[in-house]
Design a protein around this ligand. Sequence first.
Ligand code: ADP
Ligand code: MG
Length: 168
Amino acid sequence: MYLDDDGAGLVVHTTAPDHTRRLGRAIGQLLTGGEIIRLDGDLGTGKTVLTQGIAEGLGVEGYVNSPTFIYVREHLSGRLPLYHVDLYRVSDPEELEIIGLRAYLDGEAVCVVEWPDRAEDWFPERGIVIHLTDEGGDDRRLELRALDSGARDLLRRLAAWVRPSERG
Ligand code: ADP
Ligand code: MG
């Protein structure tokens, strides 16, 4: 099953980095603002590659790299502001206060978060959770779950973009 009956879940298989980037680009083009996208998956599963695609889809200029050493990169040159948050190095929840995570999550910007498990209780139940898995070689499985009606709408549109052979 690729798109759940309620439209809340979509599974996509990608077979190359550029493939994941293109999926990200399609997501970026569908965003309307205020979405929180949590990217949940091990190191090297493609969270940053997907984010680069999302940035491209929003029309962000320049290269989007992982903000691992600074937690948040703000990309303001696109159609909507994009906050790229990477919580990999967070070891103490106190750091989330210092980063000012709440302000990033509350605004009308698009907020893409790598390692959201570091801030489990901080997220409102809205937006999209994407679980990425390395299936060996260049194969990646991306399981997308919508948490609110706007996000469900986005996934439905995205499902129309994904070729049938890539689903499931
Ligand atoms: P993360 O941010 O999850 O740690 P990155 O996006 O930085 O991961 O890196 C993913 C790595 O996996 C890159 O080196 C990329 O080239 C490689 N890769 C191989 N196949 C894929 C794929 N299908 N999708 C995304 N990345 C892939
Ligand atoms: Mg990364």
